[in-house]
Design a protein around this ligand. Structure first.
Ligand code: ADP
Ligand code: ZN
Length: 714
């Protein structure tokens, strides 16, 4: 029995007489004083005396977990060095789903009237005259009477009970209808995907198409083929790209909305989708990374859209890369996986070169749309005025677009007003008290905010260090500051500011995106939430306010990620008849990233990156594991990390670098030190890490966390 706790091995339990369980059954078991939901994982170890074992309390009604999902959990635990129980927990996120869907009881009015009428009873009777079914709760709330009044009417026979199914069902998908006529190139790609789906065995396919080439339309055909075979399909998207625009496109193709899976679902909706997926009623799920752990009855295809997105990497709790794990799930269960991107990751490109994945390409934008023209604005030659952030050339281009009734977008991947508040008198910089990070000013909210731990404080009047008055200055721009500058320069323009915190909740984002589509907005200013996936036909000018921003950290993927992000942003421009123009404000126009963007030469850029990484044996040509040692007790963190360094086993082709203070040396009050383990490609890095870490006796105030294939080096 595997229970969703950080325990490495399943526990043994006895099956009471007359109880039927099978592999994968969801059951309730006692553990200490608790009752837990677990999953039957095997026959039991046989190591314990049967009579002394505790018994399973109850078998849940849900369908047993498939062998494919159990195997996947085992595999993933081994790869990521997490306890199997911790990985299982990812698949048990919706305990309510294991109960049978609760039948709701609703009431309707009969012809009988109670012997004694009261004003409250009158109100209920009048309210229910419309013959709608309502629960007791609803009746009480809508008429303002107590539950007791309603129950009294039930007893009197004035209201009679009707059972309603608890879950709304999943409407039938019309996979034959609504397909768009495809171009030759698109058809070729779609045919290949369909063929792989029909083969019903593992295959990895990179769908490599420029922005606007119709990748979505093409992989929808693969999804339709899976449905024709009676299989289910999963489309994984970075959470931020899960927009109503995407869902509407799905609906346009398939006649109905897909089942959704992401962090904003209500408990009830979560349970409904979980059950629908496990019973095979929900045929297509569009979800964020955790959708990978849903109990599909019969999955026949996974699509990972925007496969290069770092957002697929989970960096807390169980560290895993959803794209890589999706590939594992497909290969264990024997069905194809499609990785879709206009800017595939180097990992994926190398997998194609080495023959592990096939590649299908879409080289043209759909219809008459052409790829945008990308140029650099050299900020050394054409600087903005003092205290401003937009170069004259860019302002002029926005003005031209505005005059022509077209839209412009300004992209800056930095929330808030200014990333640093500095005292002119003493040079003090306002930092987070719990993290080694500056506080970011959010002027609309009138707050200083730590973007790492969420700490907030008011904006002080005087310098907290020297107490000088009117001496604090905001340094550098965030999107709010750009919005201020745009409002000054284009007072007539209608501006939308889109940043994950300027607007709360998806509704307001959706509303903003709708307004942009409806041309109720002239200038869009946004962080990375505007970079992904949106199709705005009237957008022609894109300005990247600080193209160098992502290159500043020394992360091994900094250049690759900057290229991908800017290429995505640029891809928003000119997606319909009018050609797009993209301007990169940079101090390094000769940098390889800027040159590749301007020349539109992705492959040459990737080839150079690939060579550079191969030379120093960095991923995908070598393996990495990150280790963070942290504690609120700084001295203990340091001494324990030193001891770890001493006990690291020596091995060929394995280098243990560190301990070094992490770039975020303090986070939420914990001192952090990092190791980086670097090995050759053929080395079993998990085995090495086990050999190093399992003998360690980690003192309680210290935490050691391991990240295989790290993407964050902070
Ligand atoms: P990508 O995902 O490659 O950026 P999309 O799938 O978003 O491209 O397609 C870009 C736009 O072109 C969308 O509005 C899409 O509906 C449209 N489109 C693509 N292919 C076709 C087609 N064959 N027929 C009609 N419209 C298409
Ligand atoms: Zn902080």
């Amino acid at each position: 029995m595997l229970v969703p706790l950080a325990l490495p091995e399943p526990y043994d339990y006895a099956v009471p007489d007359g109880m039927h369980v099978e592999l994968g059954s969801y059951v309730v078991v006692p553990l200490g004083a608790q009752r837990l939901i677990g999953v039957v994982w095997g026959e039991g170890s046989g190591k314990f005396d049967q009579k002394k074992l505790k018994s399973i309390i109850e078998v849940m009604e849900a369908r047993a977990m498939t062998a494919g999902l159990r195997q996947f959990i085992d595999w993933m635990a081994g790869y990521t060095l997490n306890a199997r129980g911790s990985v299982l927990r990812l698949a048990l996120r919706s305990p309510a789903a294991l109960e049978p869907a609760r039948v709701r009881v609703a009431y309707r009015l009969t012809d009988k009237r109670p012997a004694r009428m009261t004003p409250a009873r009158e109100r209920v009777v009048a309210h229910l005259a419309d013959e709608f079914l309502r629960t007791i709760r609803e009746i009480a709330d809508e008429t303002g009477v107590s539950d007791g009044v309603v129950r009294g009417l039930v007893e009197a026979g004035t209201l009679s009970a009707v059972e309603m199914p608890a879950d709304a069902d999943f409407p039938g998908i019309e996979f034959e209808a609504h397909g768009k006529p495809l171009s030759d190139e698109q058809q070729l790609a779609a045919d290949l995907l369909c063929e792989r789906v029909r083969a019903q065995k593992y295959a990895g396919v990179l769908l490599d198409g420029v922005t606007g080439s119709g990748k979505t339309e093409v992989y929808f055909e693969g999804v339709a083929e899976a449905l024709r075979l009676g299989k289910q399909a999963l489309i994984l998207l970075p959470e931020i790209a899960l927009t109503s625009q995407f869902l509407s496109r799905f609906e346009a193709r398939f006649g109905v909305k897909p089942a959704e899976w992401h962090s904003e679902l209500s408990t009830r909706e979560r349970a409904r989708v979980w059950r629908g997926v496990s019973e095979g009623r929900a045929r297509v799920v569009v979800g964020a990374r955790s959708a990978l752990f849903l109990p599909f009855a019969d999955l026949g295809l996974i699509v990972v859209d925007e496969e290069h997105e770092a957002a697929f990497k989970q960096d807390e709790g169980v560290n895993y890369h959803a794209r890589d794990m999706a590939v594992v799930r497909a290969s264990l269960s024997g069905f194809p996986i499609v990785l879709s991107s206009a800017t595939p990751s180097l990992e994926t490109v190398v997998n194609v070169e080495q023959g592990r994945y096939e590649r299908v390409a879409l080289t043209e934008r759909h219809g008459v749309a052409e790829l945008p023209n990308i140029s650099a604005i050299d900020m050394r030659q054409d600087p903005p005025e003092r205290g401003q952030w937009l170069a004259p050339k860019l302002v002029e281009e926005i003005a031209k677009a505005f005059a022509a009734g077209e839209q412009s977008m300004l992209f800056l991947n930095r929330r808030g007003y200014a990333p640093l508040t500095l005292c002119r008198t003493c040079g003090h910089r306002i930092e987070c008290p719990q993290c080694s990070a500056w506080l970011v000013e959010h002027r609309f909210r009138k707050e200083l905010v730590c973007h790492h731990c969420g700490y907030t404080s008011g904006v002080p009047k005087n310098c907290p260090s020297c107490n000088a008055e009117n001496s604090l200055v905001a340094c550098g721009p965030g999107v709010e500051r750009i919005a201020e500058e745009v409002a000054e320069k284009f007072p007539e323009a209608r501006v939308a500011l889109l940043s994950s915190d300027a607007l709360r909740g998806p509704q307001s984002h959706e509303e903003a995106f709708r307004a942009v589509e409806a041309r109720e907005v002239d200038i869009i200013i946004g962080t990375q939430i505007v970079a992904k996936g949106h199709h705005f036909p009237w957008l022609t000018v894109v300005g990247v306010v600080d193209a160098d921003l992502g290159l500043e950290n020394g992360d091994l993927r900094a250049a690759e990620r900057t290229f991908q992000l800017l290429q995505q942003v640029a891809g928003r421009a000119g997606r319909a008849e009018r050609r797009g123009r993209v301007f990169l404000q940079t101090y390094m126009p000769e940098h390889s990233v800027m040159r590749a963007l301007m020349a539109g030469d992705r492959d040459a850029f990737l080839a150079r990156e690939s060579e550079a990484r191969e030379r120093v044996k960095l991923p995908p040509f070598g393996r990495l594991a990150g280790v963070v040692v942290s504690s609120e007790n700084a001295a203990l963190a340091v001494s324990f990390a030193r001891e770890m360094a001493r006990t690291a086993p020596r091995a060929d082709d394995v280098a243990v670098l560190g301990p070094a203070p992490a770039p975020l040396a303090m986070l939420r009050g914990r001192t952090r030190l990092r190791f980086l383990v670097k090995t050759g490609r053929h080395i079993n890095i998990q085995a090495y890490m086990e050999a190093w870490l399992s003998p360690l006796k980690v003192p309680a105030p210290v935490r050691v966390s391991v990240d295989i294939d790290p993407y964050s080096f902070l």
